[in-house]
Design a protein around this ligand. Structure first.
Ligand SMILES: Nc1nc2c(ncn2[C@@H]2O[C@H](COP(=O)(O)OP(=O)(O)OP(=O)(O)O)[C@@H](O)[C@H]2O)c(=O)[nH]1
Ligand SMILES: [Mg+2]
Length: 433
């Protein structure tokens, strides 16, 4: 890891390949690519979209375009070229040869960011695993890199098959070791989660596209000081804090890693486990930057990932976990936009508009979350021995006790009947007392 150094001057090139289906238009993609580069401290010397009519299998761009990139690099003193797309190992090597500079593609860039941000043991292991997986596919070119790491054997000459084989074996062994370590870490986390599941607090997960404002909202609601910045992938490891809500004494709010279009497959797999926590939530708040021109495309990306996680079954089907859409950055809308969108939001129970930055709308959001967590409550009856102080106290503390009456006697014990409103989660908790 760490192939890109902070402060490196780079050219950001966004290929626009004819006939390719993109989720975002070229300009938005270029903007996002710049955001990714900035997130790792790269200095953008210049950036542009480059239309590609026919993909050259060994170079991606046409020869003339490559020469133009080289000249632009020289003129701008750029030592690195970021290509916002997937490069095959061959394309990457040939481009590096022709440009006489380091070339990094979108996957490589995202891996770098994740490598820098991962803070927990699990996050670091996941990223290293993803990185090795990526490197493994790229051995044609990266043998020198590994050679240098191992130190000193380079003078024996070119890599040759055996060298690549040896490198492959080394990577495979390292990956196997990492997988074992990960399994261990996850086992421990599994225990934690189990413990939390038994804890009588509902979990609310904030999910959404990167930079949508999840951490800003999290900080506002919890008074925590999670890193919230105008940076893509500011958050990598999930964070949790307790909050209180109208009608819900205590809930756990969880901030999660942001999504992005074309997340490298290696990372989707790597972060699946972390995001699986989301599927165990009682409510998902899908935080959207409603002021962003690509907001709709970003929403579809997020829904796609939620689909992959199994939260959403298919179009039209009810999600396994209820989802509340949070239209954030309301303060950035102009009056016309705000008026138009307000109409849509007001008519839809599943949407709430707010500004995490100014706090406008946050109280309404809390009300809605409280409602959603308690809405599916139903009235149930329990008959308990009057000596069962623990469970009786629990019902009074957590449920809405509508009626309490004498219920006769059984085996010398006096019984009481309770008519209580409980939501399914509370009912489950009561059962397991
Ligand atoms: N104007 C405005 N800016 C906001 C609002 N909410 C968040 N921001 C800004 O948007 C940027 C991103 O916010 P974060 O909270 O870090 O976003 P995130 O969703 O946690 O991003 P990742 O962790 O990268 O996925 C920051 O510069 C925030 O100050 C808002 O309601 N209004
Ligand atoms: Mg964040």
């Amino acid at each position: 890891m760490g192939e890109v150094s902070r402060g490196a001057r780079a050219l950001v090139v966004c290929p626009d390949i004819r006939g390719m289906r993109y989720d975002l238009d070229a300009e938005s993609r270029l903007q996002e690519a710049e955001g990714l580069a900035l997130a790792i401290g790269i200095v953008i010397a210049d950036s542009f979209v480059l239309p590609v009519r026919d993909v050259k299998p060994n170079l991606l761009f046409g020869a003339g375009q490559v020469e133009n990139i080289r000249i632009t690099c020289e003129q701008n003193d750029a030592e690195l070229v970021v290509v916002d797309g997937a490069l095959s190992p061959i394309q990457q090597r040939n481009l590096e040869d022709k440009l006489a500079r380091k070339v990094i593609d979108r996957t490589g860039l995202i891996l770098e960011i994740f490598g820098e941000r991962a803070a927990t043991a699990e996050g670091r292991l996941q990223v290293e695993l993803a990185h090795l997986d990526y490197q493994q596919s790229r051995l044609v070119r990266s043998w020198t890199h590994l050679e240098r790491q191992r130190g000193g054997f380079g003078f024996l000459g070119g890599p040759g098959e055996t060298q690549i084989e040896a490198d492959r074996r080394m990577i495979r062994q390292r990956m196997a070791r990492l997988r074992k370590e990960l399994e261990q870490v996850r086992k421990t986390r599994g225990l934690h989660r189990e413990r939390r599941e038994r804890a009588p607090w509902p979990v609310v997960a904030l999910v959404g596209y990167t930079n949508a404002g999840k951490s800003t909202l999290f900080n506002r609601l919890t008074g925590a000081d999670v890193m919230a910045e105008d940076l893509l992938f500011a958050t990598l490891d999930p964070t949790m804090r307790a909050i209180s809500l109208p009608g819900v004494e205590k809930a756990i709010l969880s901030d999660t890693v942001g999504f992005i279009s074309d997340l490298p497959t290696q990372l989707v797999a790597a972060f699946r486990a972390t995001l699986e926590e989301v599927t165990a939530a009682d409510l998902i708040c899908h935080v959207r930057d409603i002021s962003n021109a690509s907001s709709e495309a970003q929403k579809l990306q997020v829904l796609e990932v939620l689909g992959e996680l199994g939260v959403i079954d298919g179009e039209g089907a009810d999600p396994k976990v209820p989802i509340l859409e949070v239209w954030n950055k309301w303060d950035l809308l102009d009056a016309d936009q705000a008026e138009e969108l307000a109409k849509v939001a007001e008519d839809d129970e599943g949407i709430i508009a707010l500004s995490a930055l100014t706090g406008e709308g946050v109280d309404g959001f809390l009300d809605r979350v409280g409602q959603m967590l308690t809405s599916r409550a139903t009235v149930r009856e329990f008959v308990l021995p009057s000596s069962d102080g623990k469970r009786i106290a629990w019902l009074h503390a957590h449920g809405d006790v509508l009626e309490e009456a004498d219920a006769g006697e059984s085996e010398g014990q006096s019984l009481r009947r309770f008519t209580v409103r409980l939501n399914p989660k509370e009912f489950g908790q009561f059962q397991s007392l």
